[in-house]
Design a protein around this ligand. Structure first.
Ligand SMILES: Cc1cc2nc3c(=O)[nH]c(=O)nc-3n(C[C@H](O)[C@H](O)[C@H](O)COP(=O)(O)OP(=O)(O)OC[C@H]3O[C@@H](n4cnc5c(N)ncnc54)[C@H](O)[C@@H]3O)c2cc1C
Length: 381
């Protein structure tokens, strides 16, 4: 059921989930299956909103395949018994297609999701979370699951003049960019995706990056280009329109006479662009809305979590989604972060006094991983 309004008199829930994306929908489905009844997902827009806002040509880099039949769920599934490959009939769904899959799950499992519910403030009072929704009556929760993602929180303050550029998350379709030449700042997944799309439309593209991510090779796709992106780059670069320029850390961007001037750290030569530079420099994440509720890693500034993915600072606040990190293990893809749904569901279920044995079946499906010692193996060939 997509909840139209909240009818409860007390407005007090056992569990509130903020965000109706891949993480929020997945953990909600698991909690419903566990028997948690008093819960709601608060979604500021509609289910899968971030995916709907992807550039129209962008596709999931992680492939979907109907592996469920033999006990391995589709790499992009967020809950058992579902497969984007099966629902959508494609291997690399677009953002709109993947949002359709999430919406289908929400309706099929009658998930309690309230759309158009923008969380504007959170307070922690007497062991309860008080959640403000703009002008509406606040909601209270015993447990709060933060699943508000990253995509809607682009990082646009990396260097002076970044505000003169366009962030890749603000591009509706690469077809709508009319110039003949573009420069892209950032050469990881989003930057190379932009370069491949623009080049395939006949544009010349320069990609600047402070290092050279396109040359890195490890088994972890969180740290280097995915096979899908690498393959597309290798094919498109043969058309001689993409130039990859490493060792180019941008110091600032200025604009005069309708041109954009890019100055690099420790370089005398500048780059002049007649089109708006494209920022593919990542996201500051929705955690910027709840910074004070977490302790932070001093050097690498990620949120510190207990072994149940609960804030080390605020009991009852759990994190699900791509920002989950335990030391060097980064859960930034769907197939990674969904593995922690079982851990969070188990912690909350136990505290609500529920029988959590039903969660055991999720282990073999890659939805419940509590032993992280198995992560981090490099491929030998
Ligand atoms: C450009 C890009 C490409 C990616 N490609 C892949 C890929 O191919 N494969 C893969 O596995 N992963 C990919 N990822 C990782 C990606 O982050 C996740 O796959 C996924 O989007 C994360 O799901 P989520 O639910 O945490 O966040 P989102 O999908 O962003 O969902 C968060 C939801 O929270 C809502 N929300 C935000 N703030 C509030 C608020 N204050 N109040 C209420 N609601 C709020 C939003 O409207 C949104 O619907 C990609 C990420 C990016 C940025």
């Amino acid at each position: 059921m997509l909840v139209k309004e909240i009818k409860k008199e007390t407005y007090r829930f056992d569990v509130v989930i903020v965000g109706g994306g891949a993480a929020g929908v997945g953990i909600c489905a698991m909690l419903v299956n566990l028997g948690v009844q008093d819960l709601v997902v608060l979604e500021r827009d509609e289910v899968g909103a971030s995916f709907r806002n992807w550039p129209k040509e962008m596709r999931l880099i992680t492939p979907s395949f109907t592996t469920n039949f033999y006990g391995n769920i589709d790499l992009n599934s967020v809950i058992s018994g579902t497969s984007p490959a099966f629902t959508l009939g494609c291997e690399h769904p677009t953002g709109d297609e993947y949002a359709y899959y999430l919406d289908g799950i929400s309706k099929h499992y009658n998930l309690p999701i309230l759309e158009n519910a923008n969380v504007t403030n959170i307070e922690y009072v007497d062991d309860f979370f008080r959640i403000s929704l703009g002008d509406n009556k606040p909601i209270e929760a015993r447990f709060l699951i933060w699943a508000a993602g990253e995509f809607q929180y682009p990082d646009k303050q990396l260097f002076p003049g970044a505000e003169l550029c366009i962030h890749n998350s603000e591009v509706n379709s690469w077809r709508k960019l009319r110039g003949r030449e573009y420069c892209i700042i950032g050469g990881y997944e989003s930057g190379i995706d932009a370069a491949v799309n623009l080049s395939s439309l006949g544009k010349s593209v320069k990609v600047f990056d402070s290092s050279a991510p396109w040359d890195d090779r490890t088994t972890d796709p969180s740290l280097n280009l995915s096979p899908y992106t690498r393959q597309r780059l290798y094919e498109e670069i043969l058309n001689d329109r993409i130039k990859l320029i490493g060792d180019s850390r941008v110091e600032r961007v200025t604009k005069s006479g309708g041109k954009y001037r890019i100055k690099f750290v420790d370089k005398t030569e500048e780059y002049i662009s007649s089109t708006k530079p494209i920022l593919a420099t990542g996201f500051k994440s929705s955690l910027s809305q709840v910074t004070d509720f977490f302790d932070w890693h001093e050097e690498e500034s990620f949120a510190l979590l207990t072994e149940d993915d609960e804030s080390t600072k605020t009991p009852g606040l759990f994190l699900v989604g791509p920002q989950v990190r335990h030391d060097k293990i980064i859960f930034c893809f769907i197939y990674k972060f969904r593995q922690r749904f079982g851990v969070v569901a188990n912690a909350i279920g136990n505290r609500l006094g529920l029988d959590t044995s039903v969660l055991e079946s999720y282990r073999s499906e890659g939805l419940y991983l509590d032993d992280l010692s198995c992560c981090g193996e490099e491929c030998e060939c």
